[in-house]
Design a protein around this ligand. Structure first.
Ligand SMILES: Cc1cc2nc3c(=O)[nH]c(=O)nc-3n(C[C@H](O)[C@H](O)[C@H](O)COP(=O)(O)OP(=O)(O)OC[C@H]3O[C@@H](n4cnc5c(N)ncnc54)[C@H](O)[C@@H]3O)c2cc1C
Length: 344
């Protein structure tokens, strides 16, 4: 079969995910990575913003690295629904022919990417943790495979666009640069309300669900906690620092805390400013999920624990002494006391 000429497909398109006008961090992270890939391919980077009253996000996408933004802003697109959103994506892809399309591997991103890929003669690599391009302009989309035991790099050689979803927290967003300029191209909504067969009646927030991916401070605990009760200690520390509690898989598998708190290969990939690993040994499957934190503080009573190899600050000691002492020290500092010692 003669190879099809795809040379009219150029550029990278990032589909920006938002809810109530607030973008998911993964979208800005993908714009950062998309910028790197576009520069390597010597091509343009575009963003697609879909929603209602979302023009501010189109501007932000330019400040975050896009050369141009397709903006589809319409009342019936206020809430995500598969058909109207995928029709807008298909219209933009059909008209502007990007060679690569990327979106976040969120619940919405997975649904949308799957819906688009089934309408296009192309494949989709889901849940990537590494992206690159080669000299033939092929997307090297890498993701854990075979029960997460190996990393597979998947290529889509025969068709365009090459599509992938990527995990949150893996790539770095570019800082906002308000001096950047770019075109905002309006796109018409592709369906009228009476053509859409689904209705969003209400959103019921799951109040106790923790989304670790967007957190700046995470206090994570592992098997060293010895049981579910000790997570209350970690919660105190997280409260004192304004953060949330995370966990290793060992703690989750033991039933001490729910899976939404799990960090690592089969949990969330996080990139907080501060990450505490408390009573966590530092298995590779945990480390891949948190190694990109700006500051990692490890507390472990075993001086040879592998977690100390990735920690910026390591404290060897018993967590049951150290964590309450840290809470007291933080509280004292907040109350204005000059210096507080921690007795080990
Ligand atoms: C396919 C696959 C996917 C996986 N995915 C994940 C994943 O997403 N996330 C994940 O975390 N793991 C994952 N794992 C499991 C991983 O391999 C480890 O088993 C797990 O991370 C270990 O958890 P832990 O560090 O809490 O427990 P342990 O390895 O048992 O470590 C406990 C640590 O606590 C310390 N400790 C004990 N008592 C104290 C104390 N009083 N004070 C201070 N320190 C103390 C010990 O010295 C030890 O270092 C996966 C494994 C596989 C095979």
């Amino acid at each position: 079969m003669p190879e099809k000429d795809w040379s009219d497909y150029r550029g990278i398109l990032i589909v920006v995910e938002q809810r109530n006008g607030i973008a998911k961090k993964v979208s800005w992270q993908l714009l950062g990575e998309g910028r790197r890939l576009a520069d390597k391919l010597n091509t343009h980077l575009s963003a697609l913003v879909i929603g209602s009253n979302v023009s501010a996000l189109a501007k932000e996408a330019i400040y975050r690295g896009a050369d141009q933004v397709y903006l589809c802003d319409s009342e019936e697109l206020k809430d995500y629904r598969t058909r109207p959103y995928s029709k807008v994506c298909l219209t933009v892809i059909g008209q502007y022919k990007p060679e690569i399309v990327l979106m976040g591997a969120t619940y919405t991103g997975r649904d949308l990417a799957g819906a688009i890929a089934t309408h296009l003669p192309t494949g989709l690599t889901a849940d990537c943790t590494q992206l690159d391009v080669d000299e033939q302009r092929l997307l090297l989309a890498s993701r854990p495979a075979f029960s997460e035991k190996m990393l597979a790099t998947i290529l889509c050689k025969q068709f365009k666009p090459q599509m992938a979803t990527a995990r949150s927290g893996v790539f770095l967003a570019l800082p906002l640069d308000p001096t950047r300029d770019g075109d905002i191209i309006p796109i018409a909504s592709q369906m009228k309300e009476d053509e859409i067969v689904t209705r969003v009646l209400d959103f019921l927030e799951q109040n106790d669900y923790v989304s670790l991916e967007d957190q700046e401070i995470i206090v994570a605990g592992g098997r060293g906690l010895g049981g579910p009760e000790a997570f209350a200690l970690l919660q105190n520390l997280a409260d004192a620092l304004g953060g949330v509690v995370g966990a290793s898989r060992a703690a989750v598998d033991a039933g001490w805390i729910t899976h939404d708190h799990q960090v690592g290969q089969t949990g969330s990939t996080v990139r907080p400013k501060l990450y505490f690993a408390i009573g966590i040994s530092g298995a590779v499957q945990h480390v891949v999920g948190m190694q990109n934190a700006d500051m990692i503080v490890a507390i472990n009573r075993d001086p040879n624990a592998p977690i100390f190899k990735v920690a910026h600050l390591g404290i060897v000691g018993d967590l049951f002494t150290l964590v309450p002492a840290l809470c007291t020290a933080i509280k004292a500092q907040k109350d204005g006391q000059e210096s507080v010692g921690i007795a080990l």
